[in-house]
Design a protein around this ligand. Sequence first.
Ligand code: PEP
Ligand code: MG
Length: 581
Amino acid sequence: MTLALTGHAVASGIAIGRTHLAERNELEIGEYRIEREDVVKEIKRYHQAVDAAWRQLDELSQRISRNVGLSAGEIIQTHVLMLGDDSIREATENQIRSELCNAEWALQSQLELILSEFRNMDDPYIRSRGEDITQVFRLVQSKLNEEVAGRPFENMPDRLAETMVIATELTPDELATLHERGVAGIVTVHGGPNSHTAILASSLGIPAVLGVRLAQSLLKEGETLVLDGDLGVVYADPDQAILDHYHQVQRDTFLFRKSLEKVRELPCYSTDGEAISLQANGERREELLQAIELGVTGIGLYRTEFLHLSGEASGEEPQLAEYLAAVETLDGLPLTIRTLDLGADKPVDSTDFDQLSRSANPALGLRAIRLCLRDTDQFKRQLRAILRASAAGPVRCLIPMLTSAREVVMVRSLMDEAREELDKSGLAYDLNLPLGGMIEVPAAALAIEEFSQILDFISVGTNDLLQYMLAADRADEQVAHLYDFQHPGVVRLLRHIFRTAQTSRIPVTVCGEAAGDRRYTRLLLALGLREFSMHPSRLLEVKQVITETHIPRATASLTQWLNSTENQRDVSLLQLLDQSQ
Ligand code: PEP
Ligand code: MG
């Protein structure tokens, strides 16, 4: 009988094969006292374990970067960096000295301390960094106890083709080893969607479902397993209908991927000869590199919340360093830096912004540019960093969540102040740095003509625009059915934005998720959009639809749909657009 188990869908793809239950000697961390004269020896033992862990990870990261790609190696390198953290080393050594305890135990106490802080974080991304830290500590503890810990996966076959490994948890280095042995898919009991293991599985292309609570007790060695990494489901001992369905999905996916490869080299034109610009959303170096490789015309959305969410200083210099690194990676392609968009779905634990927690209705409260205009010192630090980065390469500045034209006037005046300050300090910047605004508030969308006169470019944030138009929280699954891109109101408003922008001769991009969703590409083209910005992983899919779309035909079908009544519409708008081709 088929058994279906669910977990976090962290790395897409379908895998079909046999299970292998990974065994690992669980480390029992005990406390024992050491003599005062043995303290130096114990600290040395600790250092040797850190060095051994470091060598293992560094060697693996080099190998992985060579064989698989830079980004996968970089994830392992972040664990190497954690190993080198001075504050952890000092605290561990101090504890060995003051409490005369063994190194494993001192490490365990430090880990508990760090984890208790992480557990209090609201942000799931930051909370999940706790999993990574645990894995790094465990590695050092296992090096302190190599006889007890044994080598991981000692009994694992060397070749893992068509094998799905089921484990309690996997560290990135273990996952990389399994990848080298050709593993088909992985299932773990622990591990969240934002863990480094999850990110690594995705970048290595290993279908993975993490956090399947009962995986180790319910799955049996050697049974057939279907793993759906897109839905986060595994089917043990699947019946013939499930197997047939997934074999078909595998074949379709293979053909689809092959067809995308053909699109890669094509110029981005619709079949009627319109040139369409493709840009990318991204912050991480590997995202920028992937986007460049796929031929984007620039980065249309570089979000800057991550510096605050990761608890790093919000000072001018750390921000500048991040922006300069991105400018350098882009090597001449324009970088659109969005100013801080904190609040609502992007909460932050920070004393810098204590007003954030006071809003009863955060999505309608003091968020994004509203917050920045409250704390202008903080905001000006970011503007100065953006201006200074513009001396190194083409940079554009983008303001999120504009509501009134007054906000643009205030930003421009703060920019002037920032420029004067830079002039006084003799620091360079681009005199013509373009200033753009995000259209995410319905009233701003209706006032697009006014905004066109005071901005250099416009970017439509459909994620927020739809949430405010449809009064449906973008993160609330209970109202997800109302979050409808084909709603006639949404369609009409978007058409108004693109048409007005065109007559006002102001460039307009969409950088919300809809731009990277191939289901909506034809609709956006029919509505008049000619610049898309999306996550790099979506670029080829969207480009494929563009190169198969005749825009005038799609536009005619859209007009016909808009001029009809609900009763006259016998197919959905998206179907109608597909039929128009
Ligand atoms: C949007 O709202 O569409 C957008 C791109 O911004 P974010 O998702 O960061 O709010
Ligand atoms: Mg937004």
